[in-house]
Write a protein that binds this ligand. Structure first.
Ligand code: SF4
Length: 293
């Protein structure tokens, strides 16, 4: 049986940089907090916590004083930076440059537009950390739509400036653009900005090709990962025999029966070492089984 890891799966540069910054700070010693999970992967969070990183929520962040806090790749709204300033918190800013650029563009669009006539609309997941950071650029006024079902939230008599969370599907974004075009009122302007990160989008054809070449696929990803969901759904379109697992203990060896090739792939938040652990465990199981036969 062939067991193969997708060479294109694993951390994107935004996550690699955030983890490197955390490791560098931890090596210097002293306390380091991270606001939210550094990556949507519980196993990698556990690894870094063992090295001393302390994950905190916004409530705990607000009560901290004179500490060092790392901001992860998803970014934060301006209120977080303001709070840090007030409480003497040193920020280690690991916001991904792609997200930073999107934040700047949304802020610019918000400031340029007469807010009474122009709505900033963000296609993204309500409550997702990146989306909260984006909404914060508009003083909380942006309309967030999760799907075409949310279009009723938009006032089509106003000008619309549409942006996207970086990890959404391009196909679904384009579909929303077409639906807005159909409804926008005469005399109103509609401007859309495809702000989807190509670290995710460019992986789709490669990961789909990988998934189509194996009899069975294990997709390794944290359940909270947005890009994990996008990539998993794309793979499932070409291979129904695919299973999402977040850890090795979710491996179901009975699925290996009658299979000639197993593929292992994952999200931009999936560590390579975890995919390698999955591969080793499958290979050990095959070896044990062969020895018994
Ligand atoms: S997916 Fe793109 S935007 Fe998100 S952290 Fe990675 S590189 Fe940055």
């Amino acid at each position: 049986m062939k067991v193969e890891i997708d060479s294109n799966s694993g951390f994107c540069f935004g996550v690699v940089t955030a983890i490197r910054k955390a490791e560098e700070e931890l090596e210097l010693g002293g306390e380091l907090y991270c606001l939210g999970d550094i990556v949507h992967n519980g196993k990698e969070v556990d690894r870094l916590e063992k090295c001393g990183l302390k994950t905190i929520g916004h409530e705990e962040f607000c009560s901290l004083k004179n500490s060092k806090v790392l901001l992860r790749a998803h970014g934060e709204p301006p209120a977080t930076y303001q709070k840090a300033k007030e409480n003497g918190i040193t920020i280690i800013d690991a916001t991904c440059p792609v997200v930073l650029n999107l934040q700047k563009n949304i802020k610019k669009a918000y400031e340029e537009g007469n807010t009474k006539d122009t709505q900033i609309v963000i296609y993204g997941k309500i409550g997702h950390a990146e989306v909260n950071g984006l909404v914060g650029q508009t003083d909380g006024s942006a309309v967030v739509i999760e799907s075409a079902d949310d279009l009723h939230k938009i006032d089509f008599s106003k000008n619309i400036k549409l942006f996207s969370q970086t990890t959404k599907s391009i196909e679904k974004f384009n579909d929303i653009v077409e639906k807005i075009k159909e409804r926008v009122a005469d005399g109103s302007k509609f401007e859309y900005n495809d702000t989807i990160c190509r670290q995710v989008a460019n992986r789709i054809p490669k990961i789909v090709n990988f998934a189509s070449q194996h009899d069975l696929v294990f997709f390794v990803s944290g359940k909270k990962s947005s890009n994990g969901k996008v990539l998993f759904d794309e793979c499932r379109k070409v291979n129904n025999n695919i299973y999402l697992i977040s850890d090795i203990d979710e491996l179901d060896f009975s699925l290996l029966k009658g299979v000639a090739s197993v593929g292992i792939c994952g999200a931009t938040s999936t560590p390579k070492w975890l995919m390698e652990d999955v591969k080793s465990l499958i290979e050990e199981h095959i070896l044990k089984k062969d020895n018994l036969e």
